[in-house]
Design a protein around this ligand. Structure first.
Ligand code: HEC
Ligand code: HEC
Length: 265
């Protein structure tokens, strides 16, 4: 029987995703606190201190700079210079503050024109900022051309709960990262276009050396099976990444490859 390629890929994706979810859920939920957790709740902080803390998070734990720059075009995401001022005009009837908070927590609610919807929610793994950190980051973004008026109460109390609960932050998929590195360089041909840490040097596609730090496993898995369906990374050509890995790789090769990519952080 002839099976259309799309269907094969679909079934393959569903099967692998299924086993992936199963394994993710069967890992014990270990409380894993990221280093240098910022807590400002209940404390007295001035707007200036808050902005400073937010700036620090932007450059470090937030990993924002892997995609964004301030005052520099040509990266994979909008230049955030003036973002605090621009925010008031993004969505009619929405304040700058509300828009910025939404940009961080539900990046897909408004997608800036010309960019793909690839920004992960910052309070979920892998970035996993807590409520204080999201508060400080919002203040920092407001300070870029706008007015710093965010209070802790503006940040929903549920923010960061997913990260604090542990579990999701440290899951594994049942693959062999070393075998995956071989797939990356061999049958997968990824190395022809991508660099991954010490492996490869091609600039055709994005450098994947820190992909697990900025992207969710769902995105990484989806991008391999259905690159076009996940949007095109800004600054890179559309339609260059092959669309047929779902039929070219065996499911073991695919799972090994994903485990390898998840070590890149
Ligand atoms: C994986 C890449 C990536 C990472 C990491 C990332 N972003 Fe983004 N971000 C984007 C892209 C792409 C857009 C534009 C598409 C959209 O609106 O979702 C965007 C949009 C935004 C916007 C809206 C800008 C506007 O002009 O309306 C803000 C604010 C923002 N990001 C802040 C941040 C902050 C702060 C961090 C770090 C905690 C961060 N982003 C991390 C890719 C990323
Ligand atoms: C012929 C070149 C080419 C090959 C081969 C290729 N890719 Fe890509 N890949 C690209 C390009 C170009 C982009 C950026 C444009 C886009 O998003 O489609 C990209 C994007 C990606 C992204 C998203 C990166 C990000 O920062 O969001 C991932 C993940 C990825 N590729 C993984 C792989 C893996 C794994 C393989 C091997 C199985 C592979 N690619 C093979 C060209 C390639």
């Amino acid at each position: 029987m002839h099976v259309p390629v799309g269907v094969k890929v679909g079934l393959f994706a569903v099967a692998v995703m299924g086993s992936y979810s199963y394994f993710a859920n069967s890992i014990p939920q270990i409380e894993s606190k990221p280093p240098q957790e910022l807590s400002l709740e209940g404390g007295n902080v001035t707007p200036a201190q808050l902005v400073k803390a937010g700036e620090e998070i932007f450059h470090t734990k937030g990993t924002c700079e892997i995609c964004h720059r301030i005052g520099q075009p040509g990266t994979r995401a909008p230049d955030l210079a003036g973002a605090g001022g621009r925010a008031a005009k993004r969505k009619p009837g929405m304040s700058a503050k509300a828009y910025l908070i939404e940009s961080l927590l539900q990046p897909q609610a408004y997608v800036v024109e010309g960019y793909p919807p690839i920004m992960p929610a910052v309070d979920k793994p892998p970035i996993a900022l807590n409520r204080s950190e999201v508060w400080a980051l919002t203040a920092f973004l407001e300070s870029l051309g706008g007015t710093v008026d965010v209070t802790l109460n503006d940040i929903p109390a549920s923010v960061g709960a997913a990260a604090a609960g542990g579990g999701a932050a440290e899951f594994k998929i049942p693959g062999d990262p070393q075998a995956g590195a071989q797939v990356f360089q061999g049958k997968g041909t990824c190395i022809a276009c991508h660099k991954a840490g010490k492996i490869g040097a091609s600039p055709v596609g994005p450098d994947l050396s820190q992909i697990a730090k900025i992207q969710t496993p769902d995105y990484i898995m989806g991008k391999i099976l259905n690159p076009a369906g996940m949007g095109t990374v800004a600054g890179f050509p559309k339609g260059v990444m092959p669309q047929d890995f779902g039929t070219r790789l065996t499911s073991k090769e695919y799972v090994d490859l994903v485990s390898f990519l998840l070590t890149l952080k």
